[in-house]
Design a protein around this ligand. Structure first.
Ligand SMILES: CC(C)(COP(=O)(O)OP(=O)(O)OC[C@H]1O[C@@H](n2cnc3c(N)ncnc32)[C@H](O)[C@@H]1OP(=O)(O)O)[C@@H](O)C(=O)NCCC(=O)NCCS
Length: 283
């Protein structure tokens, strides 16, 4: 395979091609959809300028190592299409971590990915005690839309575009401009739930990939003061209805907490695989 280096939106485009190819080859392999990496683009990061490495064959990108600066650590995500072993690119990932002098690095691995877990253990990565997973639902088996409780209404970004974006508090003032730079972001799938006084009680973003026909939910949040009133269920059922009507055949959402797992499985999503974070701390 031929090595190609690219940064910023060019790297995001290569990762999108790679992850679509992987999803078309296998309906559930790997961890990420193209839309996940487009969600990662929501805030400016030092990693935007970093040259990311991909390997291309005659069909396009078949492997890549994506490094992402998060607040707690750098993410290192080896991406491969089915048939390519992570062992083929892992030495490169380690060399990059060393060359860049990254002190804290995290990699998420599926619990059933024995090959990657072996590589992580062999290079000093230690399992964290988090535990999450990935859930899937066939669109035709989606639940009925459950409206929010009295006093709340669901709005999308086509209706509220002149107000500040509800995600700016956690993701920074540029969040909407950044999301609009990604090819899969759609304002009509960018939902929020508002209380009667206009306060934003929660939000959720839904992503349709027309190539893979997968609809992804990321992120989903209800503010602490508004939890346990059915607002997440209302956002989720409304969002997946919109995804299905726009052509999604399969719906996906990952979880990292028991509350989120219960929310998604309660709506009919099935846990396909569990996963865990592995962390490398420089000596
Ligand atoms: C997860 C989260 C979105 C749930 O929002 P919410 O509006 O409180 O959820 P709902 O009231 O709609 O609850 C729907 C179902 O989810 C499950 N659920 C929600 N909160 C739960 C909790 N704290 N513990 C266990 N189950 C929970 C329940 O099955 C619930 O149904 P029930 O109330 O009939 O038992 C919210 O807790 C949150 O934003 N947490 C922080 C961010 C986060 O973890 N987001 C998910 C990332 S994948």
């Amino acid at each position: 395979m031929r090595e190609v280096r690219a940064a910023g939106l060019e790297a995001l485009a290569l990762a999108t091609q790679l992850l679509r190819r992987a999803r078309l080859a296998d309906p559930e392999a790997g961890l990420w959809e193209a839309a996940d990496l487009q969600w990662w683009w929501r805030s400016p990061r030092r990693s935007d300028e970093l040259e990311q490495v991909f390997w291309l064959d005659e069909e396009g990108p078949g492997a890549g190592v994506v490094l992402t600066e998060w607040s707690r650590a750098w993410g290192c995500d080896p991406l491969v299409v089915p048939g390519v072993s992570p062992a083929e690119i892992w030495p490169h990932a380690l060399a990059r971590i060393e060359e860049l002098g990254l002190e804290h690095v995290e990699t998420l691995a599926r619990d059933d990915d024995h090959e990657l877990r072996g590589l992580l253990a062999g290079s000093g990565f230690v399992a964290e005690d988090d535990s999450g997973g990935i859930t899937w639902l066939e669109a035709e088996r989606r639940p009925e839309v459950v409206p929010p409780p009295d006093g709340f209404r669901i709005v999308d970004r086509t209706e509220t575009g002149d107000e500040p974006h509800p995600m700016r508090r956690r993701n920074g003032a540029q969040v909407e401009a950044r999301l609009r730079q990604t090819p899969l972001y759609e304002p009509g799938l960018d939902l929020a739930v508002e209380a009667q006084d206009g306060d934003v009680a929660g939000y959720a973003l839904f992503w349709l990939d027309p190539v893979t026909e997968v609809g992804l939910v990321e992120p989903m949040r209800v503010e602490d003061a508004y939890q346990r009133r059915g607002l997440a269920r209302a956002l989720l059922t409304e969002g997946i209805e919109r995804l299905a009507r726009r052509g999604a055949r399969r719906l996906k959402v990952g979880y990292g907490t028991e509350a989120a797992r219960a929310l998604y499985t309660g709506a009919g999503f099935r846990v396909a695989v569990t996963d865990r974070t592995y962390r490398l701390t420089a000596a």
